[in-house]
Design a protein around this ligand. Structure first.
Ligand SMILES: NC(=O)CCCCC(N)=O
Length: 278
């Protein structure tokens, strides 16, 4: 889902997610990925100054209910309750509304985030769902090859990335596809669009497969999609958009006997050598 949130207007922002979940489920999607901090909007200073933990806890309950109501898994992103400071989290809730994985952003972007939040330390989680292994990262983290590589070597087929990207479309156009290709996995990157708290978001949400190309779009309709249009990046500005694509098992784990031509990135890695260089 790519859409514009209204900072601190949780009712509005949850309504946008609810409508997207209904639309996605109707089109056959099994999981809806939403942008970073979408239920509260991307406004780090205002979140720190005005948001209460009760509001955050209530939003988490309502997001689980959205997943359950529409029978679709959901990745949402909220501030963590203060303990004593707040992190930025991503949570995967399954179609029954059960929390299956939570990640706290380990690489905070810029002074605004670093003043308003604390960085997480825990390793990004893997969740088994729908026959695939799903990894969670948040925004800036996907720009560090180490984070996606860590999930890939642990078996991730798909890395799901709520984001809040403004003024740097190179990330969506170049870095996100590179992460998918260099690990032979699919990366889904869901951004805000429009303007929030004076920030103009890039949009350009994308779902990129192991070959670096946009994943094929699932065409809703009576007949199974025989040929699917590619999922072009969402437009920068304007209205909410839903990219619905079919994602599958990783190809990065191939070894020479499975794929005679290579490249075999994960197979050919030399971590002991890299550690000696550190
Ligand atoms: N919320 C974020 O982590 C924003 C990341 C933007 C990084 C960039 N290169 O502009």
């Amino acid at each position: 889902m790519q859409a514009a949130a209204v900072p601190l207007d949780v009712d509005h922002d949850l309504a946008v997610i609810d409508a997207a979940a209904a639309d996605a489920a109707a089109r056959g999607a099994e999981l809806l990925l939403t942008p970073e901090l979408f239920p509260v909007g991307y406004a780090p200073a205002r979140i720190r100054a005005e948001l209460t933990d009760a509001t955050i806890d209530d939003a988490a309950v309502r997001l689980a209910a959205i997943a359950r109501r529409h029978g679709i898994a959901l990745v949402h992103s909220l501030p963590s309750p203060a303990d004593p400071h707040r992190g930025i989290t991503a949570t995967l809730v399954d179609a029954a509304g059960t929390v299956r994985g939570v990640h706290t952003k380990t690489h905070l972007f810029g002074p605004a985030e670093q003043e308003a939040f604390r960085p997480g330390e825990a390793r990004p989680p893997l969740v088994e769902l729908g026959g695939l292994t799903l990894g969670l990262l948040i925004c800036y983290e996907v720009e560090f090859p180490e984070t996606v590589r860590d999930l890939a070597v642990r078996g991730a087929d798909v890395v799901l990335v709520p984001t809040a990207l403004a003024g740097c479309p190179t990330v969506a156009r170049t870095l996100v596809p590179a992460r998918a290709v260099e690990n032979g996995i699919t990366v889904a990157y869901a951004n805000h669009c429009g303007v929030e708290d004076g920030l103009v978001f890039d949009g350009e949400s994308v779902i990129v497969g192991p070959d670096g190309a946009p994943a094929p779009r699932l065409e809703a309709g009576p007949e199974p999609a025989s040929s699917s249009a590619e999922v072009a990046p969402a437009r920068a500005g304007g209205e909410p958009e839903l990219l619905v694509a079919e994602v599958g098992p990783a190809r990065g784990h191939f070894t020479p006997d499975q794929d005679p031509d290579g490249p075999w990135y994960l197979h050919d890695r030399r971590p002991a050598l890299y550690r000696r260089w550190a």
